[in-house]
Design a protein around this ligand. Structure first.
Ligand code: TYD
Length: 339
């Protein structure tokens, strides 16, 4: 199979590229990535010299370019997206462009060339799920942030394409994902790299919000299963059923790093903060036979240990990329000053 992987230089996209080249000797991968702040060619270092891998820099919303790169493949897997809720509150337009218009552009290429397209989506499209409840794939979509609304918009565009043009689309809705190479803006990589520098850990509100965590390699394996065996037009929840309150995650990070809990700072909450995501993953497990390879502590510890072992990777972002520093100041400056 020849696969166009968009967002290939990102966190989950690059893990997926490695997964495909490792698991499917006859496959070829063409990576497409705009290399915005979170795209990083260092994430592709292991595969760069593999003759089965090619790379093009560009935008999924660029119809001319997408039309060219989609002619020589059998499938598109779309990881390219704006992904961070806090940034979506600061700049919603960028999210509509990447997560809706970009998806539409890829769908057009899939339709024209008769390709299967897998849209990588998120459990956040379900919005807050009350305690005791678990969203299966038929649960209503009630996105509550500009990020999740844009992801839901992208999904609806996929479903409309399937209905209107019989484009072969499948969707995955992934839970919170951690592991090596995640840009240090999400909870876990931000807090690990802050703690390594003895900086405060800014916990939003009471820190009792609940998220469901899995390892990036388990996520990549699930996406690959759905690409090859998922039913056309269907969505699949992806999650390892590790529900944790944020404060418990933060305590586990500090314990692994042997850092004190006094680094924790409760700061002003995220507006519209979803209290809980709760996911029913029966379909993926029973219909496609997926199971995660790591439990919760292996997942968390593997992640923490990777940042400890790879300071060059994250220091080049945190210390040398003004885009990180500008964002950090904008997002946390007043919060940490207690304003
Ligand atoms: P995040 O990693 O941004 O993922 P998402 O919001 O998409 O689930 O956040 C995970 C949880 O951690 C979420 O409840 C918000 C919280 N959080 C903080 O408390 N402080 C922070 O600085 C960040 C980035 C997140």
């Amino acid at each position: 199979m020849r696969i166009l992987v968009t967002g290939a230089a990102g966190f989950i996209g690059s893990a997926y590229v490695r997964h495909v080249l490792h698991e499917h000797a006859a496959d070829r991968v063409l990576g497409l990535d705009l290399l915005t702040y979170a795209g990083n060619m260092a994430n592709l270092a292991e595969v760069r010299d593999d003759p089965r891998f090619g790379f093009v820099q560009g935008d999924i919303a660029d119809a001319g370019l997408v039309g060219q790169v989609a002619t020589d493949v059998d499938a598109i897997v779309n990881f390219a997206a704006e992904t961070h809720v806090d940034r979506s509150l600061l700049d919603p337009e960028a999210f509509a462009k990447a997560n809706v218009i970009g998806v539409m552009t890829l769908l057009e290429a899939a339709r024209t060339n008769g390709l299967r397209m897998l849209q990588v989506s998120t459990d956040e499209v379900y919005g807050h799920v009350p305690s005791g409840d678990a969203a299966n794939e038929h649960y209503p979509l009630r996105p509550r942030s500009p990020y999740s609304a844009a992801k839901a918009g992208g999904e609806l565009m996929c479903q409309a394409h399937g209905t209107s043009y019989e484009t072969d689309v499948v969707i995955t809705r992934g839970a919170n994902t951690i592991g090596p190479r995640q840009y240090p803006e999400k909870l876990v990589p931000l807090f690990v790299t802050n703690a390594l520098q003895d900086l405060s850990l800014p916990v939003y509100g009471d820190g009792r919000q609940v998220r469901n965590w899995m390892h990036v390699e388990d996520h990549a394996a699930a996406v690959d299963l759905v690409l090859r065996h998922g039913a056309s037009g269907e969505a699949y929840n992806v999650g390892a059923d590790n529900e944790r309150e944020n404060l418990d995650v933060v305590h586990a990070i500090l314990e692994r790093l042997d850092k004190p809990r006094s680094l924790i700072r409760h700061v002003a909450d995220r507006p519209g903060h979803d209290r809980r995501y709760g996911l029913d993953t029966t379909r993926l497990r029973e219909e496609l036979g997926w199971a995660p390879h790591r439990d919760w502590l292996q997942t968390l510890n593997d992640t923490v240990d990777w940042y400890v072992a790879n300071p060059d990777w994250w220091q080049s972002i945190r210390e040398h990329d003004p885009r990180f520093q500008d964002y950090y100041e904008r997002q946390y400056g007043q919060r940490l000053a207690g304003v």
